[in-house]
Design a protein around this ligand. Structure first.
Ligand code: OKP
Ligand code: ZN
Length: 347
C-alpha cells in the first residue's frame, strides 16, 4: 500500500509525561513510527513516500487561526521566557473550564497553553510543530492520492497522533487532527460524504467535536468506555450528533477487558452504518492500542485480529485512507500496522 511517512516526526520528542503525580517516560515516542517504518520496509510489499503536498491551506479548514498561530510559535515563546527552558517541557497552568472565559486569549504563556489544551498529558518539544505539520502534510498527500482514483487505499503513517485534537485544542498526545484533515480534504475534493471510523482504544473526542454538528462526515468509534477510560468526558453511546449532524455520530463504547469477539461484533455495527449513510470514502483512525499487549489500554485484540480488521474494511468496497493514531506496544506496533495493511490487500 502506498504509505506517506515523513522523517520530520523525529523532531517531536518530549521526554516525560505526568502519571499519578510523577513524571514518567513518554509513551508516544519516535521509536513507535520507526517500528512501523521498519516493518513496512522489511515486508517489501509497501511503498514509502515523503509527503509531497503542503497542508497549510487545509489546516484552517479544521483548526482555528489562533490555535494554529499558538502551536507554530509555542516553543519560541517558551524559550523567550528563559533560555534555560530549552531543556524543560512547558505545562499548562490554568484551564478555562466551566464559568471561565475561553474567548479572551491571555498574554501569559502557560495560561495560553491551558486555553489550548484539555489535559496535562500532552507534552511539547522543540520540534512539535514541525513534526505535527509534516504529519498533516502526509494526511493531505494521502487524501490527494486517493482522490486521483488510482489507489484503492493509502496509509498516512504519521505521528504525533491527531484524533484528540479539536478546532482549537490539543490533548492526548495530539496537536493537529490528521484524520479530520484527511476527511475534509476528501470532501473538498468532491466526496459528498465521508465516514471516519475510529478504531483507536481511546475515543476520538477531537474528531467527534469537529464533526458532530455535520451530516457530511459520519463519525463512528469503537473504544474503551469513557466511564473508566481516557478521555473520560466524551464518547458515550448517547452522543448521536447535534442538529444537522443528528444520527451522524455513532459511539460504541465497550468495557475495559473486552475480547475480540465482542469487538468484532461492534465493528459489524459500525460497518453497517458506514454503508447505510452512503459514504463515498472511508477514513480510518488507525490506533493499534486495542492490542492485547498495549501498556496503557485494556482490549484483547491479537496481531491476527488486526489482519482480520484489514480484511473486513476491504470488504466495505470504499476508497480507504488509513491514518495512524495510537498504539504503545512499540516492539509489536510495526507488525500490527503491517497486519492491517496486508489484511486489507489480502497478501
Ligand atoms: C492517545 B491516543 C497513561 C496516561 C494516558 C492519555 C492517553 C492518550 C491516548 N499513563 N494518557 O488515543 O492513543
Ligand atoms: Zn489511543
Amino acid at each position: 500500500m502506498l504509505t506517506y511517512l515523513s522523517e520530520q516526526h523525529l523532531l517531536h520528542a518530549p521526554t516525560h509525561e505526568f502519571f499519578r503525580g510523577a513524571l514518567v517516560p513518554c509513551h508516544e515516542t519516535p521509536s513507535r513510527l520507526n517500528s512501523v517504518q521498519a516493518a513496512l520496509q522489511a515486508s517489501g510489499r509497501h511503498r514509502l513516500l515523503a509527503p509531497e503536498l503542503d497542508s497549510r491551506a487545509l489546516l484552517v479548514r479544521v483548526h482555528t487561526p489562533r490555535y494554529l498561530h499558538f502551536l507554530e510559535h509555542a516553543w519560541d515563546e517558551w524559550l523567550a521566557l528563559d533560555p534555560a527552558n530549552a531543556g524543560r517541557q512547558p505545562w499548562p497552568s490554568t484551564w478555562p473550564v466551566r464559568s471561565l472565559r475561553a474567548d479572551r486569549e491571555p498574554r501569559e504563556f502557560s495560561a495560553r497553553l491551558g486555553l489550548f489544551s484539555f489535559d496535562s498529558g500532552t507534552p511539547l518539544s522543540s520540534g512539535t510543530w514541525a513534526a505535527a505539520k509534516a504529519g498533516a502534510d502526509a494526511a493531505f498527500s494521502a487524501a490527494a492520492r486517493l482522490l486521483s482514483g488510482r489507489e484503492r487505499a493509502v496509509f498516512s503513517a504519521s505521528r504525533p497522533p491527531g484524533h484528540h485534537a479539536g478546532a482549537d485544542f490539543m490533548g492526548g498526545y495530539c496537536f493537529l487532527n490528521n484524520a479530520a484533515l484527511a476527511a475534509q480534504a476528501l470532501l473538498d475534493g468532491g466526496c459528498a460524504r465521508v465516514a471516519l471510523l475510529d478504531v483507536d482504544y481511546h475515543h476520538g473526542n477531537g474528531s467527534q467535536s469537529l464533526f458532530e454538528a455535520r451530516a457530511d462526515v459520519l463519525y463512528v468509534s469503537l473504544h474503551g468506555d469513557p466511564a473508566t477510560e481516557y478521555p473520560f468526558f466524551l464518547g458515550h453511546a448517547d452522543e448521536t450528533g447535534v442538529g444537522e449532524g443528528n444520527g451522524y455520530t455513532l459511539n460504541l463504547p465497550m468495557p475495559a477487558g473486552t475480547n475480540a469477539a465482542t469487538w468484532f461484533a461492534a465493528l459489524e455495527t459500525a460497518c453497517a452504518r458506514v454503508l447505510e449513510v452512503g459514504a463515498e470514502a472511508l477514513v480510518v483512525s488507525l490506533g493499534l492500542d486495542a492490542y492485547e499487549g498495549d501498556p496503557i489500554s485494556r482490549f484483547g485484540l491479537s496481531s491476527a485480529d488486526f489482519a482480520r480488521l484489514g480484511a473486513r474494511l476491504y470488504g466495505l468496497g470504499l476508497p480507504t485512507l488509513f491514518v495512524l493514531e495510537g498504539g504503545y506496544a512499540t516492539a509489536q506496533l510495526g507488525l500490527n500496522a503491517l497486519a492491517v495493511l496486508d489484511g486489507f490487500e489480502r497478501t
